[in-house]
Design a protein around this ligand. Structure first.
Ligand code: FES
Length: 122
């Protein structure tokens, strides 16, 4: 069951195939980076943790799409992921990205907490 929804960014901050918006979550008791993107008009979010080796994937800060804007690409060894599902689409990934539910309402994007995804307490 979904828990509380946390405001993340304005809808206009996520451009199709463009830069990601980063955020932090607690997953499995550890603080992890996560990112939100827009692809084909819809918003998606994943832990920023490659399924090959648990490393962050950015090419440059918040740049996760390849040049074509078609794939999410890990900068370390080039694993490719489907932007809309996080499934492995090529390269050395074993499995897919850990998905985080998002919703978009009244111009604001929210991420959904879950039993294994909690906000970072400050
Ligand atoms: S760490 Fe991402 S492809 Fe190897």
């Amino acid at each position: 069951m979904d828990g509380p929804r946390i405001p993340l960014c304005n809808a206009g901050d996520l451009v199709d195939g463009g830069l990601a918006v980063p955020f932090d979550v607690v997953h499995g008791g550890q603080t992890c980076r996560a990112f939100a993107i827009r692809w084909q008009g819809r918003v998606h979010a994943y832990l920023n943790r490659c399924a090959h080796i648990a490393m962050e994937m950015d090419w440059q800060p918040n740049r996760l799409f390849d040049d074509s804007g078609r794939w999410l690409l890990c900068s370390t060894h080039g694993a490719a992921y489907q932007p809309d599902t996080g499934a492995c689409a090529g390269g050395p990934c074993r499995g897919g990205l850990v998905r985080i539910e998002l919703s978009e309402r009244d111009g604001v994007v929210h991420w959904h907490t879950a039993f294994n995804l909690q906000p970072v307490e400050f």
